[in-house]
Design a protein around this ligand. Structure first.
Ligand SMILES: Cc1ncc(COP(=O)(O)O)c(C=O)c1O
Length: 393
């Protein structure tokens, strides 16, 4: 079993930093901002409350579950109550619990390619087989592509919108088609909405908003990690039909007992702090443009403007060709060695010829990273002078 390749890059960058190297990491998929003071203060208050020093319930704090239910209700336009929600150790654990509930050994689950490796990992961990489904040129999946990969063992599809690493936001008509396909073939939909706050075109919609009839075979997964810069706090959730929640609750009870109570209180405070995700989305939107324009200014790089999420996902095949490299991993290794800049090679996402660059860092860090990219991959002084001469003719 191999570990998530994103962590491998982030760990190498961290090791170099520990040796004193001035490394900028745009590798990890997390906001670099600190968690908001409101949330930190709520956690400090929770620490002082002896009630948090003892066991809680496996399904999670009722107040947090009620708050999550309200959020999911707002997002889907359907009625959800606290009983419909299971609190997990982050969205990844929620995906793991959903996979454990849904999958029998040998069941197939469709995941997008390019896509986040964590989706395939939870499927494999549950004894299932992750089947990559190719996306279109805008990185969206279609009912047709899903159907080409369907077999009698197909149990579920994991849909992430906005996506990681692509930022693709699925349109209403696509979601409608996918929902009809899932309904027709009795396939479950796991809807991973972790990046929903980072929607730069205002087109994000939950599949359940578009196709409420899918409620009985949909698991909604999300959490506070990305929206509230709380990746280290490990709080996420799933909202699902009773049989999935019952399975998840039992799994939690038999393993971790419950998510640490102080962290659940912090997540509860985060859900009332609606300003933080809005401000983050405004900042990321600006940084997205800055990064994408800079990448497109480099010869051999072609970067689409992502509709959502926290990543630029450029095609770097021109650079690889010019420099005689065979994979994006060569480029990523070279950028780390020479420019002290960490990015994730596309191979990690089933997308050779691309790299993933996170723009959820502060302006100053991003601007320095862009300068490093330009110096490393832009024309040499000699080439620039020759180009100027050519243009002057
Ligand atoms: C699409 C997607 N889902 C889930 C997660 C995991 O989120 P969490 O940190 O809450 O486990 C990530 C993290 O990168 C992600 O990209």
């Amino acid at each position: 079993m191999t570990d998530n390749p994103i962590f491998a890059v982030a760990a190498k960058a961290e090791a170099l930093r520990a040796q004193g190297a001035d490394v900028i990491s745009l590798a990890a998929g997390e906001p670099r901002a600190a968690t908001s003071t409101v949330v930190v203060e709520a956690a400090v208050d929770a620490l002082r409350d002896p009630a948090t020093h003892h066991y809680g319930t496996a399904q999670g704090d009722p107040a947090l579950r009620a708050s999550v239910a309200r959020t999911v209700a707002e997002e889907t336009g359907l009625v959800w109550i606290a009983d419909d929600v299971q609190i997990a150790l982050g969205a990844k654990h929620a995906l793991f619990l959903a996979a454990q509930a849904l999958i029998e050994a040998g069941d197939e689950v469709l995941v997008t390619a390019p896509g986040w490796p964590g989706h395939a990992e939870v499927v494999t961990a549950a004894g299932g087989v992750a089947v990559p489904v190719a996306t279109d040129e805008e990185f969206r999946i279609s009912a047709e592509a899903l159907d080409n990969c369907r077999t009698p063992r197909t149990r579920a599809v994991i849909l992430s919108s906005p996506g990681n690493p692509t930022g693709a936001v699925h349109t209403d008509s696509r979601l409608q088609q996918i929902a009809e396909w899932a309904e027709r073939h009795g396939i479950w939909v796991v809807s991973d909405n972790i990046y929903r706050a980072f929607d730069y075109t205002g087109t994000y919609r939950s599949i359940l908003r578009v196709a409420p009839q899918l409620r009985g075979r949909t698991v909604v997964v999300s959490g506070v990690s990305k929206e509230h810069a709380m990746t280290g706090w490990r709080v996420g959730w799933l909202a699902a039909p009773p049989e999935i929640i019952a399975s998840a609750r039992l799994h939690v009870s038999r393993t971790i007992t419950h998510v640490p109570t102080v962290n659940q209180r912090a997540a509860l405070a985060a859900l009332s702090d609606t300003g933080t995700p809005v401000r983050a989305a405004r900042d990321y939107r600006r940084r997205r443009t800055l990064l994408v324009e800079a990448l497109n200014g480099i010869d051999g790089i072609n970067c689409p403007l992502p509709d959502g999420g926290m990543f630029a996902f450029p095609d770097v095949s021109g650079v690889l060709r010019d420099r005689g490299w065979t994979s994006s991993a060569d480029l990523a290794a070279w950028l780390l060695d020479t420019a002290r800049l960490a990015v994730v090679p596309g191979e990690a996402f089933n997308a050779p010829g691309r790299i993933r660059v996170c723009f959820a860092v502060d302006d100053e860090t991003l601007i320095t990273a862009i300068e490093r990219l330009r110096t490393a991959l832009g024309p040499t002084e000699h080439e620039a002078a020759a180009q100027q001469l050519e243009e002057a003719r």
